[in-house]
Design a binder for this molecule. Structure first.
Ligand SMILES: [Fe+2]
Ligand SMILES: [Fe+2]
Length: 164
């Protein structure tokens, strides 16, 4: 497989894995602070990111490349606030979208249209990932954090779904 594309895919394997571990850390933080629905949400996100990682991993090996088992370090475990988690989530997801955009550009440049086709699924997935994070952040403004606000936000955030 094209070397430059393989490198980008291995990089992405690492990024997805890092995201998975970060979401797990966020799940712990939520559990510790009483945000049970959000703890469940982040645990599920962690699982999804791991599934993304495995999808990329299998693809690289199936195409004759060499998928590298990612070493994950520098996981943030300390967060400033409940809201901070979702701000970071949105930032992370926007960054992932950018990485897939760059990969798409690379695929076209290298004429790797098979991988270009393969990553369409991920690009599509990012619409939902960004939407959900954005919508939950809106709840912080709509509901407000004072009084029982955060308790309410935790309860409402689980209902956020992207209807594509
Ligand atoms: Fe992902
Ligand atoms: Fe994601």
């Amino acid at each position: 497989m094209n070397e430059e594309v393989e490198k980008a895919l291995n990089n992405q394997i690492k990024t997805e894995s890092h995201a998975s571990s970060t979401y797990l850390a966020m799940s712990t933080w939520c559990g510790e602070h009483g945000y049970d629905f959000s703890a469940g949400f982040f645990a599920k996100q962690a699982e999804e990111e791991r599934a993304h990682m495995l999808k990329l991993f299998k693809y690289v090996n199936d195409r004759g490349g060499r998928a590298i088992s990612p070493e994950i370090t520098n996981i943030t475990t300390d967060f400033n606030s409940f809201r901070d988690l979702f701000e970071r989530t949105l930032e992370m997801e926007i960054h992932v979208t950018q990485l897939f955009n760059d990969m798409a550009e690379k695929c076209i440049r290298q004429k790797d249209f098979v991988t270009f086709q393969f990553i369409q699924w991920f690009l599509e997935e990012q619409i939902q990932e960004e939407y959900v994070a954005r919508r939950i952040l809106e709840l912080f403004d709509l509901i407000g954090e004072e009084g029982t606000g955060r308790w309410e936000i935790d309860k409402e955030m689980q209902k956020v779904k992207y209807e594509g």
